[in-house]
Write a protein that binds this ligand. Structure first.
Ligand code: ADP
Length: 257
């Protein structure tokens, strides 16, 4: 399981890099393609028209390459039935050696047989990232709880006029009684390379968000400085096509929402 996890993590970073790069390259190539297009229609100077064709053809080849890089970044995700109980069992095993004596670990699946469309390894990696963050936020000890339950989508995610779809989501919650975060920290939480740790990468949460978004889900964070942090992830039990997902909502329980 360990090596598969590392492989998934490596793939995740690569996919993230490829995704970001393709996006930027596409924005560069598109105007180039347009410029080549209009140049090749230039009647008065055949030399310019020829150059225009060259620019357009190279731009087109570049765009095709970018397109396949993008599909690589999005694809290659194995879809399977993920069983909530199996997910938490695997996480418990992975965490075994990492939980210090002054931390109590609680893993609870209200309905262990609850299953949904997703990728076990990716979700395991996401939960592990969040759990390790939680442990690092509790240097003096505390409580780490990972809970899986069947839930509805929180109301703040409804689109205007949308009805509550009762219990069509699995909610994974990772909570700690650690340092918590203030409003300023919450604002940067999902930015790549945002870290407050000496040897942090600032990519853990970016990767978590990517994984949950790829599952059609949403991430929500609640945090109180000095009290602790809760990450809630809602994933639809049945995959439905989702187009644009909003930025994850962060809630500061002390601030004015
Ligand atoms: P890294 O762990 O490498 O710093 P992450 O993206 O996982 O990168 O986290 C970014 C930052 O968010 C952390 O450096 C930390 O400041 C903050 N953070 C994440 N999880 C928690 C938590 N459970 N409690 C307090 N702060 C957290």
């Amino acid at each position: 399981a360990e090596t598969e996890l590392i492989r998934a993590q490596r793939f995740e970073s690569l996919a993230m890099l490829a995704g970001g790069l393709s996006h930027d390259l596409r924005n560069l190539l598109q105007p180039l393609l347009l410029a080549g297009d209009s140049l090749q229609d230039y009647q008065d100077d055949p030399r310019l028209a020829r150059l225009g064709r060259l620019v357009r053809d190279c731009g087109k080849r570049g765009l095709d390459m970018v397109q396949s890089m993008l599909s690589f970044a999005r694809g290659a995700r194995r879809a399977e039935q993920v069983r909530v109980g199996a997910l938490l069992d695997a996480l418990g095993l992975l965490l075994q050696g990492s939980v210090p004596r002054n931390v109590t670990l609680e893993l609870e699946a209200f309905d262990p047989d609850l299953s949904f469309d997703g990728n076990h390894t990716e979700l395991q990696q996401c939960l592990l990232n969040l759990s390790l963050n939680a442990l690092q936020a509790m240097p003096e000890g505390g409580q780490l709880r990972i809970i899986a339950s069947r839930a509805s989508l929180p109301e703040s995610f409804f689109l205007p006029g949308e009805e509550a779809r009762e219990g069509n989501y699995v909610c994974l919650t990772v909570s700690d009684t650690g340092t918590g975060m203030d409003k300023a920290a919450l604002q940067h939480l999902f930015e790549p390379f945002y870290t407050t740790k000496e040897s942090g990468t600032g990519l853990g949460l970016v990767s978590c968000k990517r994984i949950i978004t790829a599952h059609g889900g949403v991430v929500r964070v609640e945090s109180v400085p000095g009290e602790g942090t809760r990450f809630h992830m809602h994933i639809p039990l049945i995959r439905q096509p989702v187009d644009v997902l909003d930025e994850p909502e962060t809630v500061n329980l002390q601030g004015e929402a």
